[in-house]
Write a protein that binds this ligand. Structure first.
Ligand code: ATP
Ligand code: MG
Length: 810
């Protein structure tokens, strides 16, 4: 499977979206790689770990990976990243396959399992040992952590670091053979115990786990770590672009190291020209819900929902059952696109997408949730009229109609009658008239109560002149309500679902996230009445219940003798007001001192993180600055200027103006004349990671030193990864950027005179490849650049190398 694999591999079924979504930064990278000839065939993958059910966050990644492959005529693999025996299960595999297909994507024959590569991964680990690049460490987990040092202190080498190759091989084989208990030894890469990137301080590659794996059973008791396994999986499959979420940004150098150091060619090596690259995008969070696996599981375990596919869950199984269509989910994901920075997506956009889709798809039917008996005193007893009613009364390009039975006894919704109507009430009340949809205008002549005074029946008369709901001369009737014929209607259960949480950010608010569960997220109406036309529709059918919302018959519980309908979404956004109120409250909280108001969780964790920063490497994405946009008028003004004067996106401008210190840092840096866009990127994307949760105001970095750093990167003097190393020092107040660059020896080699000999040596070493490249296999450019990079200790300027290679291969 190399990158020249037949283009016939389709990644999309016909009903999947057409028309390219707007360009985003990842698509720009892919387009540039195709344009420059770095790749001529794009291979992506969606790599779920089968340890839970897919949710709407995964959907964004599915749509991204399959979408990019489809748009470029490439292919996308479905790969289960199943290297962790303890939590994985076949049920998750099956569920994911089912749901990704349901979403409309197809991976053809490209279904892979990381566990199928265990043997090769093991061989690669032995290879690293033989090359002196990996060793068996026998420190305990606790000791390893201790030896690793902190962000401010370098680590110390393990006393086992210098074991001989023979000793390492012997121990590693015995680990595999099951001679040792869990935790007795690990295999580590021999990298750099004093690297500023903690993940490069001899990362663990393999650990012992005496646990049965759902696919490989007891065959293995050593399992590879993510950082070792994932790049290998990508490299074996010749993935070109490996998209992952931001928390893996710091892992990227390790990813590259693994790809560069595992064997190539031959029966077990990775394909010669496979050179996957990792790119990060922001994990998506959604308002009024949560996507953390652990928290979703908690809801299931505590019985807060009926299961993983409860229609209130943000899981794909839940959304499908709720009545969301694949088209609406794909459209939603494409609309929100991918972002570089974390933010919460307005779930209203998903609701908008489903309304938009169902508007043209869901036939309109009549359903009465709370039946109130209406007797038409002037309609002959025992007679039935059949009224023609279109399924799509508005012009939405769909046809079809059904006959609605109309008789003497009807039900209307109790909601649509008021004994004592307020002014301007257009529905039914004593003496007033209302139109019955597709039927007649009726007048309420008499109200019947039971002993307790409750209204139990309305005695009405109908106007035979108004058949089909026709208007009458001289008299207007404004209200139109739904109804069903008592004798013909079908009793049914209707489940009125609503958002699962009452606030947009339940997992960031004070207290437990379950405190914010919406008590009205499910209201069951068990004696609703629906028109008979739906009787034989299959479960999962979509409808609009006129005036009530979009509904879908329940995939699990609906049966001909017990119809069950789920409300997918209301007809209009009923949350806009609540949201506005929430925002007002948050704004008010911002101007109140922190001590006198309930604190947002983010504030607390920020303090906590400052203390535990050393223990928390790259897993979390702490963000300097508060989560809500600032209201300070000066900052609001700056935000506007950043957009207008520097062309920054609304999102970026907002992040830069969340607090005064961030804005000041930005202003100070750009005052030196360096590119504003580049400065913004460094502050938004790089600084939070190095800040480790500290607020910008607490960082000793100055605008001037930041500007200097940006300039060094922009001019190609140092690489961007070199820039990150410098930034890591700057946030600890260490000197000027250029002094750090010199100290770390980071200056890139951009001098052609220095690079040419390296290029010539590489071309001489791989004459076959040069031939292939000249014959049109332009994807090999990446290979040549990689080789030169390796020879230059990573310091060659790739752009200049590209030019020199192009020139020399003529
Ligand atoms: P875990 O934290 O247990 O690893 P995960 O949510 O990352 O859970 P995976 O099965 O590893 O789950 O995810 C598969 C892919 O989906 C990954 O590439 C991941 O980046 C992506 N993904 C998962 N959640 C989101 C999200 N909320 N937004 C965007 N992408 C996501
Ligand atoms: Mg993951």
């Amino acid at each position: 499977m190399d990158s020249t694999h037949a283009k016939a591999d389709m990644v999309r079924t016909p009903e999947a979206p057409t028309g390219g979504p707007g360009q985003d930064f990842l698509r720009n990278i892919v387009a540039e790689d195709l344009r420059s000839g770095k790749h001529d065939f794009i291979v992506t993958r969606f790599p779920p770990e089968p340890n839970g059910y897919l949710h709407i966050g995964h959907a964004t990644s599915i749509v991204l990976n399959f979408g990019i492959a489809a748009e470029t005529g490439g292919r996308c693999h479905l790969r289960f990243d199943d290297t962790n025996p303890e939590t994985e299960d076949m049920i998750y595999v099956e569920s994911a396959i089912d749901l990704i297909r349901w979403l409309g994507y197809d991976w053809g024959e490209h279904l892979y399992f990381a566990s199928d590569y265990f043997e090769r991964m093991y061989a690669f680990a032995e290879h690293l040992i033989r090359e002196g690049k990996a060793y068996v460490d026998s420190l305990s987990e606790e000791e390893i952590r201790e030896y690793r040092g902190t962000v401010t202190e370098p680590g110390r080498p393990s006393p086992y670091r210098d074991r001989t190759v023979e000793e390492n091989l012997d121990l590693f084989r015995r680990m595999r053979d099951g001679e040792f208990p869990d935790g007795a030894h690990v295999l580590r890469a021999r990298l750099d115990m004093s690297s500023p990137n903690m993940l490069l301080r001899d990362p663990i590659l393999y650990r012992i786990r005496h646990a049965a794996h759902y696919r490989t059973g007891d065959r293995w008791c050593v399992y590879p770590m993510y950082d070792f396994a994932h790049p290998i999986e990508d490299a074996i499959e010749s993935i070109t672009h490996s998209f992952c979420t931001l928390e893996f940004e710091n892992n990227r150098p390790l990813y590259d190291w693994v790809v560069d150091n595992i064997p190539r060619g031959g029966p077990v090596g990775i394909p010669e020209n496979s050179r996957p690259r990792q790119y990060e995008f922001a994990r998506r969070n959604f308002e009024y819900t949560i996507t953390s696996k652990r928290k979703l599981l908690q809801l299931v375990r505590e019985g807060k929902v009926s299961g993983w596919d409860d229609p209130r869950m943000p899981t794909l199984a839940g959304l499908r059952r709720r009545g969301f269509t694949p088209e609406s989910i794909r459209n939603f994901c494409e609309t929100i696109g991918v972002a570089r920075t974390a933010n919460r997506v307005d779930i209203g956009k998903l609701e908008f997408a489903i309304r938009d889709d169902l508007n043209t798809k869901a036939p309109r039917v009549l359903c009465v949730l709370d039946p109130l008996r209406v007797v038409l005193t002037n309609f002959p007893e025992g007679e039935v009229e059949h009224l023609d009613a279109p399924y799509f009364p508005h012009d939405v390009g769909r046809e079809g109609s059904r006959k609605l039975p109309f008789s003497r006894v009807l039900y209307i919704d109790r909601e649509d009658f008021r004994e004592d109507p307020p002014k301007g009430y257009y529905r039914l009340s004593p003496g007033a008239e209302v139109r019955l949809r597709y039927a007649y205008i009726i007048r309420c002549d008499e109200v019947v109560h039971d002993e307790s005074g409750r209204v139990v029946e309305l005695r009405c008369s109908y106007d035979p002149q108004t058949r089909g709901g026709k208007a009458r001369e001289g008299k207007t009737v404004k209200g139109t309500i739904q109804w069903v014929s008592a004798e013909h209607a079908l009793p049914c259960e209707v489940r009125l679902y609503d958002r699962l949480f009452t606030i947009p950010d339940p997992d960031e608010a004070e207290g437990d996230f379950t405190d914010y569960l919406n008590p009205n997220s499910l209201v069951v109406v068990d004696r609703a009445m629906i028109e008979p036309s739906v009787r034989d529709d299959p479960p999962g059918s979509h409808y609009q219940f006129e005036r009530l919302g979009y509904f879908c018959s329940d995939l699990h519980d609906s049966a001909p003798d017990h119809l069950v309908f789920n409300r997918t979404v209301t007809l209009r956004d009923t949350w806009a007001k609540a949201r506005a109120e929430h925002e007002r409250a948050a704004a008010a909280a911002e101007t109140t001192p922190a001590t006198t108001r309930p604190r947002r969780k983010e504030e607390k964790t920020r303090e906590g993180k400052a203390k535990t920063a050393e223990k928390a490497p790259a897993r979390t994405q702490p963000r300097a600055g508060s989560a809500e946009p600032a209201r300070d008028p000066r900052l609001v003004e700056r935000r506007k200027q950043y957009r207008e004067d520097y062309g920054l996106s609304a999102e970026d401008a907002e992040i830069l103006t969340r607090d005064g210190a961030t804005a000041a840092l930005f202003d100070e840096a750009i005052a030196t004349g360096v590119d504003a866009r580049a400065v913004a990127n460094w502050i938004i994307h790089e600084l939070p990671r190095e800040a480790q949760g500290r607020a910008v105001a607490e960082l000793p970095i100055t605008g001037e030193s930041l500007a200097e750093l940006v300039e060094l990167v922009e001019t190609g003097t140092i690489s961007s990864s070199g820039g990150r190393e410098v930034l890591a020092r700057l946030v600890h107040g260490e000197g000027s950027a250029s002094a750090i660059v010199d100290e770390l020896g980071l200056r890139q080699i951009s001098d052609r005179g220095q690079l040419e000999p390296l290029v010539i040596a590489v071309l001489a070493e791989f004459p076959d490849k040069v031939e292939e490249y000249r014959a049109g296999k332009t994807g090999l450019m990446g290979f040549f650049i990689g080789q030169v990079m390796r020879r230059s200790g990573g310091r060659a300027n790739p752009e200049v190398v590209r030019e020199v290679v192009a020139e020399k291969t003529g």
